[in-house]
Ligand binder design. Structure first.
Ligand code: NAD
Length: 248
C-alpha cells in the first residue's frame, strides 16, 4: 500500500533501537524524510546509517519537557517542518507501590507525560497552519490493563493518554490526527531489561504465542501516519498479540 507520505517530514523520538527505530524505518521506506534522536552519538549514527534515505539524527535526551521540545525544534530547523511526530521515550523503572519512593513519580511524569506535551507544543502550531499533521505516541497496553511491578509506567501513561485524547478532539478540524499505539510485549531491549534474556511468548501469556516483531509494530504505526488514516484520531491502538482481555 502507498501511504501517500512521500516527502513528508517525520521526527521520531528515542529511535536508535526498538519500536522507535522500527517506526523510523517504516516511515522512511514509505518515503518520509526522517529525523531521529537518542542519547548517545554512536547509537544515533548507527541507526541513521541503518535507516538510510538521508535520515538525520540528533543526540538528545527526551526524558524531560525541555529535551522533548528541543528535539522537535531541532528537527524542524533541519528538515524545514515536522509533518509527523512520533512521541516516544524510554520507559520508567519497574517497581510496586511498596518499592517505589514517592519522589520517583515526578521523574516518571516528566519522562512519559510532560515530555510528550512539550513535543506536541513544539509541533502542533505549524501542523495546524499547514492543515496536515500526524502525531502518534508510543505508550503501553498497561494503559488499558495496568501491569504488575510497573506502577510508574501505569500511572504516567494513563495521564498522557488523557492528554492525547483531549488534544485529538481539539485539533481534528485542522487536519491533524493524534493517536497512541500501545505495545504489549515486543522483542526489544526494553523487554530484555524487564524480563531477562529467556523470554518465551507463550510462557508470558501472550495468546499469539510469540512476542511481537518490532518491524510489524513500525508498519502499523506508519499506517496511522498515512493519508489513508486521516479519519482515525483519538484512538488508542493496542498491538499485543491478543494479550489484553477486555472488550473496549
Ligand atoms: P528500547 O529500550 O528497545 O529502545 C528505546 C530507545 O529509546 C533506544 O533507542 C534508547 O536509546 C532510546 N532512549 C531511551 N531513553 C531515551 C531518552 N531519555 N532520550 C532519548 N532516547 C532515549 O525500548 P522499546 O521496547 O522500543 O520501547 C519504546 C517505548 O515503548 C518505551 O517507552 C517502552 O517502555 C514502551 N513499551 C515497550 C514495550 C515492548 O514490548 N517493547 C511494551 C510496553 C511499552
Amino acid at each position: 500500500m502507498d501511504y501517500e507520505i512521500v516527502g513528508k517530514t517525520a521526527a521520531i523520538a528515542a529511535a536508535s533501537a526498538g519500536l522507535g527505530l522500527a517506526t523510523a524505518q517504516a516511515l522512511s521506506r514509505a518515503g518520509a524524510r526522517v529525523a531521529i534522536c537518542s542519547r548517545e552519538k554512536e547509537r544515533v549514527d548507527a541507526a541513521v546509517a541503518l535507516i538510510g534515505n538521508g535520515a538525520i539524527g540528533f543526540v538528545c535526551d527526551v526524558s524531560t519537557a525541555t529535551g522533548g521540545r528541543l528535539f522537535v525544534e531541532q528537527a524542524i530547523a533541519k528538515l524545514g517542518s515536522v509533518d509527523i511526530l512520533i512521541a516516544n521515550g524510554g520507559g520508567p523503572p519497574g517497581g510496586t507501590f511498596l518499592s517505589t519512593p514517592e519522589d520517583d513519580y515526578i521523574g516518571a511524569i516528566e519522562k512519559n507525560l510532560l515530555s510528550v506535551v512539550a513535543m506536541c507544543h513544539a509541533a502542533v502550531p505549524a501542523m495546524r497552519e499547514r492543515k496536515w499533521g500526524r502525531i502518534v505516541a508510543i505508550t503501553s497496553v498497561a494503559v488499558r490493563q495496568p501491569m504488575p511491578n510497573l506502577i510508574l509506567s501505569n500511572t504516567a501513561r494513563a495521564g498522557v493518554t488523557g492528554f492525547l485524547k483531549t488534544l485529538a478532539r481539539e485539533i481534528a478540524c485542522d487536519g491533524v490526527t493524534v493517536n497512541s499505539v500501545q505495545p504489549g510485549i515486543h522483542a526489544t531491549d526494553r523487554i530484555t531489561q524487564l524480563y531477562g534474556a529467556n523470554t518465551d511468548g507463550a510462557a508470558m501469556g501472550i495468546p499469539a504465542g510469540v512476542m511481537g516483531d518490532p518491524a510489524d509494530f513500525g508498519e502499523v504505526t506508519a499506517f496511522l501516519c498515512s493519508e489513508h488514516a486521516k479519519f482515525i484520531t483519538g484512538v488508542q491502538l493496542h498491538i499485543d498479540g491478543g494479550s489484553y482481555a477486555g472488550l473496549l
